[in-house]
Design a protein around this ligand. Structure first.
Ligand code: ADP
Length: 366
């Protein structure tokens, strides 16, 4: 039986009411526009994300939504809508507000039939979500992967070289002592890798603010002697000296041995890497509150503008001598993060073409 005009209308009103309460219950912003890109329906979440108090029916969508791309260039929303011949989603845009602030935007656009009846008017439904936090977590994850690969490369290369060497000797002379020495070094590097992985995981936790350092008594004298013996061969391979100047008053330092060692290793590796002539000196001075470590080199040095940027993520000097060496510009960034965890203070004194001193004051932690 055909519906009377009145009952048909009230059924439509009921449907409309249901639809309105449905879209208003959604956490995502929903905006329906007609074929001229004018707003027909929207929900409360749309007001929130667009930061407006109300939207007049019939307002053009281009007066409400100002997306920009990764290069801060405006992307006309009407063009995006017209291009949506089938449902599309985009996670790479940002939404720009009148005050200039931005958020990362998830935007889905679906062509639909709005209205009722067979010849329902053509339109589009836009769904918007603030994904700023998700995006920053994604970036953090990408950065973490870069840090891991940078920091793990050297020990893996040394372990791999030694295992290859052991294999070679076994096939040639069979010299057990030489094989043992190579395997011992490889083993040492694998243990170091285990420490390092631990450390990087800790670093990632630290960035989310859930780290607790358990200070232990570090014998500074032993730590520096160990570092000297580890790095002297690397320096000697470049005809550089590696000197140790020890303060006879050095006592135990209460801090994280793993992190202190890692910070110093980063300074030492750089000192050797960026020095062509002369050498590296490692020293430490004690004070009632902690210990200051110094890594001095007679290397290429850093210009004043570069000194300001060395601790930035991915920074590498444009100096050709830097570019001749490998590196990703993450070592000192990680070092600065570790220093913050240790409540330590880093200082850099450098003169282009004359050398650098990276020093770090590490306080005793309770
Ligand atoms: P990487 O050594 O992998 O490039 P780092 O974060 O350890 O990354 O260092 C960042 C940059 O700082 C280096 O590329 C280099 O330009 C500069 N730098 C670091 N240490 C020294 C040093 N001892 N002497 C001169 N330049 C240095």
């Amino acid at each position: 039986m055909a519906l009377t005009l009145k009952s048909k209308k009230s059924a439509e009103q009921l449907d409309h009411g249901r639809l309105t309460s449905l879209i208003n219950s959604m956490a995502d912003a929903v905006i329906a526009v007609d074929d001229k890109h004018k707003v027909v329906v929207y929900n409360g979440a749309a007001l929130d994300i667009l930061d407006v108090n109300n939207i007049r029916a019939g307002t053009g969508i281009d007066k409400l939504i100002y997306p920009i791309d990764s290069e801060n260039q405006p992307v006309p929303i009407c063009d995006l809508v017209s291009a949506a011949t089938h449902p599309t989603t985009n996670r790479d845009l940002r939404l720009k507000y009148k005050d200039g602030s931005t958020i990362n935007l998830y935007l889905s656009i679906a062509p639909v039939h709005l209205g009722y009846g067979e010849a329902g008017q053509q339109g589009y439904v836009l769904l918007l979500r603030d994904i700023t936090r998700e995006k920053s977590l994604e970036e953090e994850r990408d950065e973490f992967i870069s840090v891991v690969s940078h920091e793990l490369r050297t020990p893996i290369a040394i372990a791999e070289g030694n295992i290859g060497n052991a294999e070679f000797i076994a096939g040639k002379t069979g010299d057990i002592k030489a094989i043992q020495a190579a395997l011992k070094e490889a083993h040492h590097q694998v243990l170091f890798l285990a420490d390092m992985i631990n450390d990087l995981a800790t670093l990632s936790r630290a960035e989310r603010g859930v780290l607790e350092i358990e200070p232990e008594g570090i014998n500074v004298h032993d730590l520096l002697t160990e570092l000297q013996s580890n790095y002297t061969p690397q320096a000697a391979a470049k005809n550089l000296t590696f000197k140790l100047e020890l303060d006879p008053k050095l006592e135990l330092l209460q801090s994280s041995k793993l992190y202190v060692r890692e910070v110093l290793q980063n300074f030492i590796t750089n000192a050797i890497k960026y020095t062509q002539r002369g050498g590296v000196t490692l020293s430490a001075k004690t004070s009632p509150k902690g210990v200051t470590f110094y890594v001095t080199d007679t290397g290429i040095g850093l210009s004043k503008p570069d000194q300001e940027k060395v601790f930035d993520k991915f920074f590498r000097s444009e100096d050709f001598r830097t570019r001749e060496t490998g590196g990703t510009g993450l070592g000192l960034y990680v070092t600065a993060k570790l220093a913050r965890l240790l409540h330590a203070e880093i200082n850099l004194e450098s003169q282009l073409n004359h050398g650098s001193t990276f020093s770090i004051f590490i306080p005793n932690l309770q």
